[in-house]
Design a protein around this ligand. Sequence first.
Ligand code: ZN
Length: 256
Amino acid sequence: MNIDMERYIRQLMIPYFGEEAQEKLLSSKVLIVGAGGLGSPVIMYLSSAGVGELTIVDFDAVEKTNLQRQVIHAGKIGWNKAESAMEFVSKLNPDVYVRTLKEKIEPGNVMDIINGHDLVVSCPDNFRTRFLLNDACRIKGIPLIHGAIFEFEGEAMTITDSSPCYRCLYPEAYPEKTPGIIGATAGVIGSIQAVEAIKVLTGLGDLLDCLLRVDLLSMELFKIEIKRRDDCPICNGRLRQIYPENYEDSCRIVTY
Ligand SMILES: [Zn+2]
């Protein structure tokens, strides 16, 4: 592999980062689900940092109303978002290999889609996809980085085999409507997800061991301790497969 390391000089200068961490990034495969408001900074910072392979999943097309926060799609109204993201990465860092999937994450494809990745970054705009990724990643033992945003607020959580999971936080979905969002809020939370991803892949630093809630209107950050729920079917190991009926309506687990 002929990689231009000069590109990464400013991160190589960090004494505890160095070439060893860079090599880990270059040999990593990351799945990013959603190339929207959160996906934009995640895609920007993971590709520019030199993550070797990115799989970008998005079935949606770029609309004018997206550009206020989905900044990687500039000038590409009408493009598929995964394709647009790939084109963005090819200009920012051509050394990154990008694979695109123009499909929705569903119970029937989620296990195949996450397979073979070192890490999954969750950037969708709905509970159902978050539950699917949470359950599938825990069954497969793949670390998952959750992020979500609302107006000036956001949250992030890193989910590993030894942490509580997203269902410990939210056992089921609550009614959603399209939220208003300040674009920079997506930038803050997506950047936190990107930093967590770099730490998972390199083994550096301490991962978020709580739910991080950020209110950018009052500029308050909250680290909220989440405990494993005894009745969580993911954490107690009872759920071993993806069953479609667990992702209907409230997404509560009804079948093991
Ligand atoms: Zn759990």
